[in-house]
Write a protein that binds this ligand. Structure first.
Ligand code: CO
Length: 482
């Protein structure tokens, strides 16, 4: 069965145009009403520059990191955006051309001779952002984070977290904060002759509590992880690497990865009590992002966005020309893991194509009921994210609001209402690129009534390119609005 997509590919792809300007202003046009008790700062990171010196980057994940900070106070909002001034960003900016090889296939000009035997990677600092222990950190999974001034978003420099990340140890873009202890958990994957997994546990004041190192069998492409009260859990996608095109400079590292057909997905369970890591196997699938996990008696419930194949960049094709009908959709699944019997059962929990799953952050590692995601507009077919989708995992009921045909959404973030009495008592914020006006709105939904549409909309006078991940600080205000 074929369905006609309601989106316009050209309209969608303009969300990947470089934003050169760096702004700082009070938002003038607000439709609806920002709840006065919504108070704090919304951070977001994502690629902002997609070309340099007239050369387009090959993959959006190679785009230079640009951070946005939107501060809310007394029903008003202030917007700010700045590029992360990584060393490579500054050098490329000064040269006006691409100088570095990128993980996702953007190579130096000059063909394979200019890229051969180059194992370096540009740290684009474009994937995630957190404010923890008075530090604002722009995250990129293969290297240490860049520290930014939270008031001005000026780049302070690479930060090794009090020597924890000495020698350039990786710190993933998907840390998890345990709401019970306020501790920050994160991992890092180091690919070399063997694959090393680092697991970090950092106290609310920034002090290191635990640092564990595991050696993994085979290649590990792991982007995200989850915690429960007993375990840190990582899913090791079944991947194979064809290294020659990378070594000889024809391709970036991530372009040389393939789905290893017939190999299982591995579930790595790392107990908090220090006992040895358990490895379970299940049927093969691919995962970028998890929803959450929690202990349920002896078992573990893990919700995730599952793909039946690896989303490989189409060779020699500009990502702006992506044919969504040709790439596998992500779907919401629940995986029930029994560490004792080693039994793993998977069940699909919704039909829509989806990504960027989020929950109420106060339920991380605990039993959660509601999931918020970006979803395609069609009921089942794949497509760019155009809608906000909420699923109630207990009743199976869903709420949905679409910005199609000309609106395209990013990651939804849940912000608990101060003094909230139920899990979905709060707001969901979603960035919406309005292609017809080449502009971006920041929309605010009441999380209990998603299908009614946004209760407020910050109408920005310019576009903000599609971003990746964000976070919320209820206790921080930028100097501009103090
Ligand atoms: Co991610």
């Amino acid at each position: 069965m074929t369905t006609t997509p309601v989106y316009n590919k050209r309209a969608w792809s303009r969300g990947y145009e470089t934003l050169s300007e760096e702004y700082a202003y009070a938002v003038q046009t607000i439709e609806g009403r920002i709840p006065p008790e919504l108070s704090g700062t919304l951070w977001r990171n994502g690629p902002g520059r997609y070309d340099l010196g007239g050369v387009r980057y090959k993959h959006p994940f190679d785009g230079d990191g640009m951070v946005c900070a939107v501060t809310f106070r007394d029903g008003k909002a202030h917007f700010q955006n700045r590029y992360v001034q990584t060393e490579s960003y500054r050098k490329e900016q000064a040269a006006g051309k691409i100088l570095y090889k990128n993980v996702f296939g953007t190579l130096r000009p000059g063909g394979f001779l200019a890229n051969m035997f180059d194992f370096s990677h540009k740290n684009v600092a474009n994937t995630g952002i957190i404010y923890h222990a008075q530090k604002l950190l722009a995250l990129w999974e293969a290297a240490p984070p860049h520290r930014l001034d939270p008031h001005t978003l000026e780049t302070v420099g690479l930060d090794d977290l009090n020597s924890l990340l000495r020698d350039g140890k990786p710190f993933s873009a998907h840390p998890r904060r345990d709401p019970v202890t306020d501790e920050l958990w994160n991992f890092g994957i180091e690919v070399g002759l063997s694959t090393r997994l680092y697991l970090y546990r950092i106290a609310a004041d920034g002090k290191l509590l635990t640092h564990r190192i595991e050696t993994l069998g085979g290649l590990a492409f792991i982007h995200d992880f989850v915690i429960t009260q007993r375990y840190a859990i990582l899913l090791q996608n079944p991947m194979a690497l064809d290294p020659l095109p990378f070594i000889f400079g024809f391709k970036g590292a991530a372009e040389c990865l393939n789905f290893a057909q017939g190999q299982p997905t591995r579930i790595l369970l790392i107990p908090h009590d220090g006992s040895p890591m358990l490895t379970l196997e299940t049927d093969p699938f691919f995962v970028f992002h998890h929803v959450n996990a929690y202990d349920d008696g002896q078992k573990i419930m893990l919700d995730t966005v599952r793909y039946e194949d690896y989303l490989k960049a189409e060779e020699d094709r500009d990502f702006r020309e992506t044919d969504f009908s040709n790439i596998p959709p992500g779907r919401l699944w629940r995986i029930t893991i029994d560490p004792v019997t080693k039994k793993v059962v998977s069940q699909q929990r919704g039909l829509r194509a989806c990504e960027f799953p989020q929950i109420n952050p106060n339920y991380v590692g605990q039993a959660h009921r509601y999931v918020y995601m970006g979803s395609a507009n069609a009921p089942e077919a794949n497509g760019p994210l155009q809608a906000l989708w909420k699923v109630d995992l207990i009743t199976g009921s869903e709420q949905w609001y679409s910005f199609a045909p000309m609106g395209f959404v990013g990651e939804p973030l849940f912000i608990p209402r101060p003094g909230a009495t139920s899990e979905d008592d709060g707001w969901v914020m979603v960035w919406v690129y309005q292609a017809d006006e080449h502009r971006t709105d920041i929309t605010i939904f009441d999380a209990q009534t998603i299908e009614h549409g946004p209760i407020a909309k910050l109408v920005l006078p310019h576009p903000v390119p599609f971003g990746l991940h964000g976070s919320w600080s209820s206790d921080f205000y930028s100097a501009a609005v103090m």
